[in-house]
Design a protein around this ligand. Structure first.
Ligand code: SF4
Length: 293
């Protein structure tokens, strides 16, 4: 445990800044994505339910009716069995009278491992938003970054989550295909974003973290991150070709060179105008030191 009461480094989506973060599992059950260093120092385990419930009691004592959203951490808590999820969601509902939603990170495999009835039960108990990061829609890229699922598995996971009444927030990673597969990565990511039809869609920029498998590939000259203009062209393609029903789009993460937000496809033309201006140099980009990494 660290001084904040959590074990190790804690990660949450930017949109969960105001949420009560409940650390139900530690680390990531997969822990193989080649670019990810978030949980490399943690061996995956699920905390005993008695400890998790004690955290909820504690949070109720401190925050009570001020809790509107809960984010369940760490890396892929949807891996946890129903026997763990049920009491967690029931306790959250009973403890926080103003609770509007519970969300968590999930992998496509976590969703597919649950039956339709189980997904529906989770949704009915309040787990209504899943953050899924396919990072790419290209099967070749998904294989190379060891994401653990292909295009079709992500699309199927999205269909099943939607059928259960859940919303999705999907994340794509600019640069994940390297220079070699930049265009294919962007086009296929747009196609997968369309197929997954998320309520929230975000584009982050790959940061090659020293010590990760992708950094070793880079050292050996087998992976090259596109330059700033190449990354902006990927973002242009992604925005241009994605056709969700109505997704709140953001590329305002600290890792990105050009922070954008809007609703896709409604604001597509406006967003593309900004990107065109950035590509022809008439709109300033975030400097490296401002990217906050
Ligand atoms: S699933 Fe997420 S947390 Fe786990 S290794 Fe991949 S990126 Fe990291």
């Amino acid at each position: 445990m660290n001084s904040s009461g959590y074990e190790g480094r804690l990660y949450r989506p930017p949109s969960e800044a105001e949420s009560f973060i409940l650390q139900a599992s530690i680390g990531c059950s997969w822990n193989k994505c080649t670019y990810c260093d978030m949980y490399r120092d943690k061996e995956y385990r699920e905390r005993p339910i008695s400890e998790i419930l004690a955290d909820i009691v504690e949070a109720r004592r401190f925050y009570g009716d001020k809790v509107f959203k809960v984010f369940v951490a760490d890396g892929d808590p949807l891996h946890m069995p129903m026997e763990t999820w049920r009491p967690i969601l029931e306790a959250l509902r009973a403890s926080f009278p103003n609770l509007r939603r519970v969300s968590t990170y999930a992998m496509a495999t976590n969703v597919l491992a649950k039956s339709d009835a189980e997904l529906r039960e989770l949704s009915d108990l309040g787990l209504t938003l899943l953050y899924i990061g396919p990072e790419s829609g290209s099967d070749a890229v998904l294989g190379r970054i060891a994401k653990g699922s292909d295009f079709e598995a992500h699309a199927e996971a999205a269909r099943r989550a939607h059928a259960a009444g859940m919303k999705l927030s999907t994340i794509f990673l600019l640069g994940a295909g390297g220079t070699e597969r930049s265009e294919e990565h962007a086009r296929e990511s747009a196609r997968l974003a369309t197929a997954m039809d998320p309520a929230f869609l975000s584009a982050l920029t790959l940061t090659v973290v020293p010590g990760t498998p992708i950094a070793k590939l880079e050292e050996r000259g087998r992976f090259t991150l596109p330059d700033t203009m190449g990354l902006l062209r990927e973002l242009h393609t992604l925005i241009d070709l994605t056709r969700p029903t109505a997704a709140i789009f953001r590329s305002n993460h600290a890792s990105n060179y050009l922070p954008l937000s809007g609703v896709l496809p409604r604001d597509r033309k406006t967003l593309l105008r900004y990107l065109d201006a950035a590509l022809d140099g008439s709109l300033p980009l975030r400097q490296e030191w401002m990217r906050g990494l």
